[in-house]
Design a protein around this ligand. Structure first.
Ligand SMILES: [Zn+2]
Length: 303
């Protein structure tokens, strides 16, 4: 076995992305534990991808390999949601205040050479949503931060352009690649990837549903304003075919209870009437009763 060489940088990065692909293919969800992420090795040499510092460098490789954002508590809006720069990209703070710090130099090198990185977004203690490849696109020394493109389609744009359409496009891609998946990951993880109504445990059939919508002043992208629902129960909840009382009991629309149809109506909807939600173990992740009440009143008013 030979030692891994500095000129193998692109091989190292590709091997890391292949490793993450394999980890995700073997997982039941879009998020991974740091223990699984850190099983990476190349040519027999283990390389931890998540370390104590937010910025990961590997000896012999001048460009940063990974970056990380720590998780926020369930009831807080993660900082990266509010902190999209005017160029539509994610802001990523320097390590400390010193632009010459070796971690900041490693990010600058990645920026200058256009290297792809992996970005690990913390969604719970020790649990991360991996986003890759991402690119360091720009640096704002006065704000002590870099701008991160969270999708390859955002890489290599002219960020000084004042084209509003371009900026809006970049903002919408950032939302689709970072904000929505991290909200979904936080909510699904809180509910152990289980529909809160019927206990279906298949992430590919589950959604993170808002209790109060985005457009509502209290419709924040936080876990207590969300439920993990399967596709059927999400659609039924959105269309007020069923409601959820603030004491976490499911109510099915009376007209539906009187209908006679096949097994999906019977077992999937009618039998859910009067059942209790399956709630997250962590109290701080449970649905907020005030938001549920407001949403339940809307359900009642449509009867
Ligand atoms: Zn369900």
């Amino acid at each position: 076995m030979r030692n891994f060489q500095a000129d193998d940088d692109s091989i190292l990065r590709q091997a890391m992305f292949d490793h993450l692909d394999r980890c995700l293919a073997g997982a039941q969800a879009e998020f991974l534990s740091s223990r699984v992420i850190n099983t990476f090795e190349i040519q027999g040499q283990p390389i931890r991808l998540i370390v104590q510092s937010g910025i990961r460098k590997v000896q012999g490789h001048p460009g940063a390999l990974t970056i990380r954002t720590t998780y926020t508590p369930p009831s807080a809006v993660p900082p990266y949601i509010d902190d999209v720069g005017s160029n539509g990209l994610v802001r990523y703070k320097y390590r400390g205040q010193d632009e010459g710090h070796s971690d900041n130099r490693a990010l600058r090198h990645a920026m200058e050479t256009g290297l792809p990185l992996a970005y690990f977004v913390g969604i719970a203690p020790g649990i991360y949503l991996p986003i890759y490849p991402v690119y360091v696109e720009a640096e704002d020394q006065s704000r002590h931060e870099f701008a991160i493109a969270v999708d390859q389609y955002l890489h290599g744009h002219d960020l000084d352009s004042i084209d509003t359409f371009q900026r809006e496009y970049r903002t919408s891609v950032t939302k689709a690649r970072l904000h929505q998946p991290s909200f979904r990951a936080r909510v699904l993880h809180a509910y152990n990837s289980t529909c809160t109504i019927c206990r279906l445990h298949h992430a590919e059939l589950l959604d993170a549903a808002h209790i109060l919508p985005d457009s509502h002043p209290q419709g924040l992208p936080i876990v207590p304003n969300a439920l993990t629902l399967c596709k059927l129960h999400h659609a039924a909840f959105d269309r007020n075919l069923l409601g959820i009382r603030p004491d976490f009991v499911v109510e099915v629309k009376p007209e539906l209870l009187r209908e006679i149809d096949g097994p999906m109506l019977q077992h999937g909807l009618k039998e859910m009437n009067g059942t209790q939600l399956v709630l997250p173990k962590e109290r701080a992740s449970r649905p907020d009763r005030a938001r549920l009440l407001e949403r339940y009143e809307e359900f009642r008013s449509t009867k």
